[in-house]
Design a binder for this molecule. Structure first.
Ligand code: OVM
Length: 416
């Protein structure tokens, strides 16, 4: 093996770094190992039991896994910043693989201007207006699954619905939308180490970045879509043309894999927990609540990072400045210090304070859209489908940040 410099060792997870200061539990876990990505829950439990803050020696980062400290850190955006990147890579020392996001990878005050522009477009009224269109689309797609009988929950619904519904809502071209999936896969791998998964993904991107860049342009976007509405910020002097394009890129980066994987996870969990499926189909008005429980119990988004802007103490652990901290939101969602029976999938519980969308100033800007899509799809299933059964093992997709399925063979029958 050729010698690697330290930065590269860290990014490949083969460093063995002692904690720089203070007393802290140390773990050798590799959050990006296939075994952890396959079934992370026992690993998260071990980390939680080791303490609220644990040093991960392979990557030289602190891990935070308890609900309380995850919440505190996400709320303290001054100490735990995002402008050095929301992934493992420290932008102060390593060049990011793409131009940083104007939302995710910025701090105050710069962040507030772009966030405000995004929220101007993603406002509750604008999102609500998509309901009738989305309901009709979901009903058509669920009917097509029923007509097939044997289908794939991912290809036939979890991927198909957001690509059509969200793609049309943003106003991107219909042709070439398949580029959004490898691009999103790259974005989410990019928050982890520069491992083989990352490098293979980068090498396999093909024309996707070019297609995305073109899709973000004012004149490519439909005149009435969410994407084009961002450009009104150019007319008011709040954004430059390039900034508006980058905000459209945020919609396309953050808005597909997340919702696609969440819908797939919802299907798999409902099919695996027939008692919960029975509850949902007997009361379709539980769709929204069921979605929240899916997001809590089996969050798509598992990890992102903050970087300390000053020396800080968390639960007795002294952190130096410029330290990466991995915030494991999927673990916070299973923390027994916060949740009653955290490992039980129960759609009747009140789960809406889960961390699947993060919290604080960087809390998911698209969560209203995601919730609308999820509620409508689960509602359509609950109203139209009787039997929802897996006919084979769902196939996991491996990614450094998001977790979900690429296929889920299903048998679905119509309600009488
Ligand atoms: C962005 C972006 C990309 C991926 C995720 C995300 C969860 C944001 O480009 O702004 O937020």
């Amino acid at each position: 093996m050729s010698p690697l410099d330290l930065q590269e060792q860290i990014e490949n997870g083969i460093a063995n770094l002692p904690p720089p200061v203070g007393n802290v539990p140390v773990s050798s876990i590799d959050l990006y190992d296939a075994a952890v990505l396959t079934d992370p829950w026992d690993y998260y439990e071990a980390l939680r039991d080791a303490g609220p803050v644990v040093w991960l020696e392979r990557y030289g980062v602190y891990a935070v896994t308890h609900y309380e400290q995850v919440t505190d850190i996400l709320h303290d955006n001054e100490t735990f910043g995002s402008s050095a990147g929301a992934g493992l890579t420290n932008f102060r020392t390593t060049k990011p693989w793409r131009v940083p996001s104007l939302l995710l990878e910025t701090d105050r005050p710069e962040h507030d201007r772009t966030r405000q522009q995004m929220m101007r477009v993603m406002n509750p009224g604008a999102i609500r207006a998509f309901r009738p269109t989305f309901e009709a689309l979901a009903a058509d797609m669920v009917q097509a699954m029923i007509d097939k009988g044997e289908c794939d929950g991912i290809a036939d619904l979890a991927e198909r619905f957001p690509l059509k519904a969200f793609g049309d809502a943003v106003g991107i071209p219909t042709d070439g939308r398949e580029h959004l999936l490898p691009y999103g896969d790259m974005v989410f791998n990019g928050f982890g180490p520069a491992n083989k998964r990352f490098k293979d993904c980068l090498a396999g991107l093909g024309d996707a970045p070019k297609w995305i860049a073109q899709a973000c342009k004012r004149n490519t976007l439909t005149p009435d879509g969410l994407g084009r509405r961002l450009f009104a910020g150019v007319e008011t002097g709040d954004l430059t043309e390039d900034e508006a394009e980058l905000l459209v890129r945020s919609l396309l980066s953050a808005g597909l894999d997340t919702t696609i994987f969440t819908l797939g996870i919802a299907l798999v969990n409902l099919a695996r927990h027939q008692d919960q499926w029975e509850i949902l189909k007997s009361d379709p008005s539980l769709a929204r609540q069921a979605l929240e429980e899916v997001l809590r119990y089996d969050a798509t988004f598992h990890t992102f990072y903050r970087t300390t802007n000053r020396p800080v103490e968390v639960c007795g652990v002294e952190m130096d400045t410029n330290q990466k901290v991995v915030v494991i939101i999927a673990s916070a969602n299973r923390d027994p210090r916060h949740w009653d029976r955290p490992d039980t999938f129960d759609i009747t519980r009140s789960a809406s304070r889960h961390m699947a969308f993060g919290t604080g100033i960087h809390g998911c800007a698209g969560q209203m859209m995601a919730r609308l899509e999820g509620e409508i799809v689960l509602g359509a299933l609950a109203r139209m489908v009787d039997r929802l059964e897996l006919t084979g093992e769902p196939v996991l997709h491996f990614n450094n940040t998001v977790r979900g399925y690429v296929s889920a063979p299903l048998r679905v029958t119509a309600k009488a």
